[in-house]
Design a protein around this ligand. Structure first.
Ligand code: URA
Ligand code: SF4
Length: 203
C-alpha cells in the first residue's frame, strides 16, 4: 500500500481558515491532486455551530471548486430545506479534498478514496473542525464516519444518534448519493431526513 507524505507538511501555521484554504489549493499530500482539477476545500459559515462532512468532491464539485454543488448536494439542500435548516449557517466539507475517479471514455467514474488517502488528507479536516469549532459534527456516509470516528465505525450502527467527542457531539447518517441510488428512494429519503432531524435536535 502506498504510504503518502500527507497534508501535514502543507498546513500553514495559522488559525485563519482562509489561509488554510489557500494553502490546501497547493497540497500534494497524496496522488489524488494529479488527475483532479482542483482542491475542493470546505465552505460555509466559518463559525458554524454544525459542520457536515461528505466523502470527497464529485465530478461537479471538482469542476466548480465548491462542495456539494452536484446531484448529491441538491438532495442535501432539499433535505435541509425540509427540516428548516439554512445551508448558509453550516460549514460543509469533505473527508478527502480531491476527486478520485476512473476515466472511462469521456466519463469520469467516482471511486471511493482509499484509507491511505483519507489518512493523508485528514490534517485539512482536523484543522477545519478545530478552527470552525462547531458544537455538532455530522458525518454523511461511511467515508466521513470512518475519517472522524475511526476505520471500524459503521453508519448502520450509528445513524441518527450522536455521541460526545472531545470538543463537540458527533453523529452520522448515510451519504445523500446513496439516497439517489436507493431502490426505494422515497423511503431512503425519509430515513435520511429523519436522521438529520434527530441529529440536529441532539446537537
Ligand atoms: N459528495 C460528497 O461527498 N461531497 C461533495 O462535495 C459532493 C458529493
Ligand atoms: Fe492533499 Fe487531500 Fe488532495 Fe491528497 S486529497 S493531495 S492530501 S488535499
Amino acid at each position: 500500500m502506498t504510504k503518502y507524505p500527507g497534508a501535514g507538511e502543507y498546513l500553514p501555521n495559522t488559525d485563519d481558515l482562509a489561509e488554510v484554504r489557500a494553502a490546501a489549493a497547493h497540497c500534494h499530500g497524496c496522488d489524488l491532486y494529479r488527475d483532479a482539477t482542483q482542491t475542493v476545500f470546505g465552505a460555509g459559515s466559518p463559525h458554524a455551530s454544525t459542520v457536515l462532512i461528505g466523502e470527497q468532491p464529485g465530478n461537479d464539485e471538482d469542476l466548480d471548486g465548491h462542495p456539494f454543488v452536484g446531484p448529491a448536494g441538491h438532495l442535501l439542500d432539499r433535505a435541509l430545506d425540509d427540516i428548516g435548516i439554512d445551508r448558509a449557517t453550516l460549514y460543509l466539507t469533505n473527508a478527502v479534498k480531491h476527486f478520485r475517479f476512473e476515466q472511462r471514455g469521456k466519463r469520469r467514474i467516482h471511486q471511493q478514496p482509499r484509507r491511505t488517502e483519507i489518512v493523508a488528507c485528514a490534517p485539512w479536516l482536523t484543522t477545519e473542525i478545530d478552527l470552525v469549532a462547531p458544537e455538532l459534527v455530522i458525518c454523511l456516509g461511511a467515508i466521513a464516519t470512518q475519517a472522524v470516528l475511526g476505520p471500524k465505525a459503521k453508519v448502520t450502527e450509528l445513524r441518527g444518534r450522536t455521541t460526545e467527542a472531545e470538543h463537540y457531539r458527533v453523529g452520522a447518517t448515510v451519504h445523500p448519493s446513496s439516497v439517489l441510488r436507493a431502490p426505494d428512494r422515497t423511503q431512503a429519503y425519509r430515513e435520511f431526513v429523519d436522521d438529520l432531524t434527530r441529529l440536529f435536535e441532539a446537537g
